[in-house]
Design a binder for this molecule. Structure first.
Ligand SMILES: Cc1cc2nc3c(=O)[nH]c(=O)nc-3n(C[C@H](O)[C@H](O)[C@H](O)COP(=O)(O)OP(=O)(O)OC[C@H]3O[C@@H](n4cnc5c(N)ncnc54)[C@H](O)[C@@H]3O)c2cc1C
Length: 414
């Protein structure tokens, strides 16, 4: 255990706070830096699922066949701003290259293996921070409206089987018995009966932060602008002109990680898949577990504040306002599934941090031996935050990582 070093973690989303807590457990002095309330970014509004069954990337060999329908239908969970896509063409091309069957199978294998370690990363943090009340294990259900939707998911479900993911197939009667408040008849379903969910993702981040602070960790509410290197250490230049000195820096600023200069993160092809949620306060009792309408691209999740419908993918960068078409789409789909009030109580947009090969960057920056990257967790950040934190802490502690991190090496894009 090395308790002489100070580590600065930039970004207090679920990934940054998980890294910070794992580092503290290993005995490091930790400074967490974020200008915003911890957990209020993308980590706030997700679908709350610990998706250890989620080894199927969004990259798919069928994308080329489905793309016209996905782009031009009003009933599509995918939306692409053509101007933005053209300005960021190289990311789109890299993404599409990773849609080849062999690539998707490779990604799925790598994600599948990492996802098997989900609870090795998560459980110790839940215990350390006393957050047991924020986690439950109700299982998770995927539903398919008709045999066409189910057939389209066959290859993806085979990838899950190949990775040893356990699930039970359901028919319409089973779905009704398990979730009687779903009014649209779904013909087919899958039950991941061991799956867990977080009851409130922001409360989990806050609980990690409270634990960090009560064990002599520090939280600095400032924006990190850049990193300077000097004498086997680094300093983080903050928005207020202050310099924070540290022995190592972990960049965990989600989709914004490339904006912190001097780390090399801006050289990685990091972009964002925007995602949305709408939420109905107090209606959580409509469901017993998270239910994913797979073809419609969203989850309906009962969480402690209400019923949250979360998902969809929009490629449009950071500056565009919320897209009313997608919010209306979620409302329409929600109305098909449940009896809901006319208007939701919350409409939210978040920014998934996504690299074009659907694998996160976990490890040392190729440009500095004092800077580590922990970002790019796309649709799986809540699930993979714990194991990412564990691996980052092992690396800084000079331990042999407990999982093969080569596929996540940030240098793979050089
Ligand atoms: C609709 C939707 C549904 C999802 N559902 C799930 C799910 O069910 N399960 C799952 O596992 N994942 C899910 N995800 C993905 C998951 O939410 C993300 O992968 C995860 O939240 C990313 O966490 P993060 O800590 O990397 O980023 P963020 O939560 O975005 O945190 C980054 C932090 O960095 C801070 N920051 C930015 N710039 C700076 C700077 N210069 N200096 C200091 N701090 C900075 C920000 O303020 C922010 O607090 C979903 C995502 C979306 C959008």
């Amino acid at each position: 255990m090395n308790n002489n070093l100070t580590v600065a973690v930039v970004g207090a989303g679920i990934v940054g706070t998980s890294c910070a807590l794992w580092l503290q457990k290993k005995g490091f002095s930790v400074i967490l830096i974020d200008p915003e309330k911890p957990g209020s970014g993308t980590s706030y509004g997700n679908a709350c699922t610990i998706a250890d069954y989620g080894c199927v990337p969004i990259n798919s060999p069928t994308i080329f066949r489905r793309l016209p329908g996905l782009l031009f239908s009003k009933e599509s969970p995918l939306s692409v701003d053509p101007g933005y896509a053209l300005r960021h063409l190289s990311w789109q091309i890299r993404f599409l290259r990773n849609c080849r069957k062999t690539k998707v199978e490779r990604i799925s294998r790598i994600l599948g293996k990492l996802l098997k370690k989900t609870y090795q990363g998560l459980d110790p943090l839940i215990e350390f921070s006393g957050s047991q009340h924020l986690l439950s294990q109700p299982g998770c259900m995927y539903v398919y409206k008709n045999s066409g939707e189910f057939k389209n998911a066959r290859a993806a479900n085979q990838l899950r089987r190949d990775q040893g993911v356990e699930f039970t197939e359901l028919d319409a009667g089973d779905i009704h018995d398990l979730e009687p408040n779903i009014k649209l008849p779904f013909e087919k379903g899958l039950l991941f009966d061991k799956a867990s969910q977080v009851l409130n993702p922001q409360s989990l981040t806050t609980s990690y932060l409270d634990c960090l602070l009560s064990n002599q960790g520090r939280y600095v509410q400032q924006r990190a602008l850049s990193i300077d290197h000097a004498n086997a250490a680094v300093s983080v230049n903050l928005d207020n002109g202050e310099k924070l000195h540290a022995d190592r820096v972990v960049i965990a600023a989600g989709a914004f990680s490339g904006r912190i200069m001097g780390t090399g993160a801006h050289r990685l092809p990091l972009d964002t898949e925007r995602g949305y949620h709408i939420q109905y306060t107090g209606l959580q009792s409509l469901l017993n577990r998270p239910v994913c309408w797979n073809a419609a691209g969203f989850y309906a999740t009962p969480m402690d504040e209400g019923l949250r419908l979360a998902g969809t993918v929009e490629i449009a960068g950071f500056s565009e306002a919320k897209n009313p078409r997608i919010l209306n789409y979620l409302k329409r789909k929600g109305d098909e599934m449940f009896d809901l009030p006319e208007q939701p109580d919350q409409e939210w947009l978040g920014f998934r941090p996504t690299l074009p090969d659907a694998l996160p960057a976990i490890g040392y920056s190729p440009y500095s031996e004092y800077v580590l990257f922990a970002f790019g967790h796309h649709h799986l950040g809540l699930t993979l935050a714990g194991i990412t934190g564990k691996l980052i802490a092992e690396l800084i502690n000079k331990e042999e990582p407990s999982h093969n991190i080569k596929p996540f090496n940030p240098a793979r894009f050089r």
